[in-house]
Design a protein around this ligand. Structure first.
Ligand code: ADP
Ligand code: MG
Length: 427
């Protein structure tokens, strides 16, 4: 297998732990054999690393394919020739500072994508793994499907990543003007934040000449990619793990584009477990890079205050506070407003968006405004076309552009960027 092992090295290729005779000897130049397809594993160079023979062989057996193995990641380095390699790190790689060596190799060789199989998945270990540049962490014992999916995900990321993105020219140059940052927040789940953030993003992308980016900062349960029917190759996790060299061109290579509107998305992590590892400073740095080449950066958030949300509110020019039209929503928004006041958030930044404002729920808009002591900037009606559009993965401003709900979402976008007079669309 393993075309990254060159002819001359294959002669004295290591037998993994030196015990010899095991399945660990990297061999010929032949392309990945057909049985790869049968296992569901992608045709990519695949290597297992674990200092412990038994653990290593157990993982090799799971992958039952043309996979090479080494006791240490450093043993692999002489065989690298720039081709992408997915590494499965066994449980012994996570003990006694072994991740330090792994971090050095992963940072020096961007063509490597690593998955760690850990004996016990602790927050601390996840944090260390993420900082070391590991792309995914699975808890042992892993089943074949989990492992295959993780390998495929990491392989897809490596195959799509530019060989050396940091040195590539950015696709979009900044013009010195920083993007307007808009955070969509609510203290209640299901209030309509993600629907509003996606439709606002899509509308602004259609109106703006510069790129518009939507960040899914609902790090545990973000569903923007699903709402826009996207299969992202990269997520916020990739941006955070390359934070030390994150510039405009690398950032652009990590974004996924919603083709029909042109909106760029930085998706939430695929695994909720990674959420804990991403804090406000990392997210703020990501926003700062996006600001340099975008006209608008929209941030979707979870339904509670955490340091990421507070950081996003701090860096935002506008905060859209979304409230549904029911008593629990209004109660929670009132508490949210009090919290924001206590945190000295400038009230000029806040804009109240009342969602499902036409519902026959016997709650009057003026009554709500009086309770909250804030007047609503935009009222969005309730309409069945919204859940229908969510289920189709097409934003309602595109699927039902003539509906009242689409019109009010366009009106919301007009608070930031006027609609073109002729109804002209950029894309
Ligand atoms: N104006 C609306 N009319 C009808 N349904 C809506 C409306 N806004 C949101 N919804 C429904 O509520 C669900 C939750 O909305 P979502 O944006 O995911 O909430 P959040 O992100 O605040 O948790 C969506 O799947 C959508 O079907
Ligand atoms: Mg949401």
């Amino acid at each position: 297998m393993s075309s990254f092992f060159t002819d001359d090295t294959s002669a004295d290729a290591p037998a993994g732990d030196g015990a010899g005779g095991d399945a660990s000897v990297p061999v010929t130049e032949a392309p990945a054999p057909p049985e790869r397809a049968a296992t569901g594993l992608p045709s990519i160079n695949l290597v297992v690393i674990d200092p412990d023979d038994i653990a290593r062989n157990r993982l090799l057996a799971r992958l039952h394919s043309d996979v090479s193995s080494f006791p240490q990641i450093e043993d692999l380095v002489p065989y690298l020739n720039g081709e992408p390699v997915v590494i499965v790190l066994g449980p012994s790689c996570a003990v006694n500072g072994s991740l330090d060596g792994i971090e050095r190799v992963l940072h020096a060789h961007r063509e490597l994508g690593a998955i760690l199989v850990a004996e016990e998945l602790t927050t601390n270990l996840l944090q260390q793994a993420l900082r070391s540049g590991v792309k995914d962490v699975l808890a042992a014992p892993v089943d074949d499907t989990q492992l295959t999916e993780a390998v495929s995900r990491v392989a897809a990321g490596l195959n799509s990543a530019p060989a050396n993105p940091a040195s590539d020219e950015p696709i979009f140059e900044g013009d010195g003007e920083l993007a307007h940052v808009i955070t969509v927040f609510s203290t209640k789940g299901g209030a309509g934040k993600s629907v509003i953030a996606t439709n606002l993003g899509v509308t602004l992308a259609q109106r703006s000449d510069k790129p518009v980016c939507l960040i899914d900062a609902d790090l545990q349960f973000g569903d923007i990619a699903v709402m826009l029917k996207l299969a992202p190759q990269h997520t916020i996790v990739d941006a955070v793990s390359s934070l030390d060299r994150l510039d405009v061109s690398l950032m652009q290579s990590l974004l996924v584009q919603h083709e029909s509107s042109g909106l760029f998305i930085l998706p939430a992590p695929l695994e909720p477990a990674f959420a804990d590892q991403i804090g406000a400073p990392e997210m703020m740095q990501i926003v700062e890079v996006l600001r340099r080449f975008c006209s608008y950066v929209i941030v979707d958030t979870p339904a509670y205050f955490n340091d990421v949300v507070l950081g996003m509110i701090e860096v935002s020019d506008d905060v859209l506070l979304v409230a549904g039209m029911d008593i629990p929503n209004i109660k929670n928004v009132k508490i949210g407003l009090q919290t924001l006041r206590l945190l000295n958030t400038p009230m000029e930044k806040l804009r109240l968006i009342l969602n499902r404002a036409n519902s026959k729920v016997k709650l009057d808009v003026t009554e709500v405004e009086r309770t909250l002591q804030v007047s609503a900037d935009v009222l969005i009606p309730s309409d069945i076309v919204v859940p229908q559009s969510v289920n189709r993965g097409v934003p309602v401003v595109q699927s039902s552009p003539r509906s009242g709900v689409a019109k009010s979402l366009e009106e919301l976008a007009s608070l930031f960027c006027p609609a073109p007079a002729s109804g002209r669309r950029k894309k």
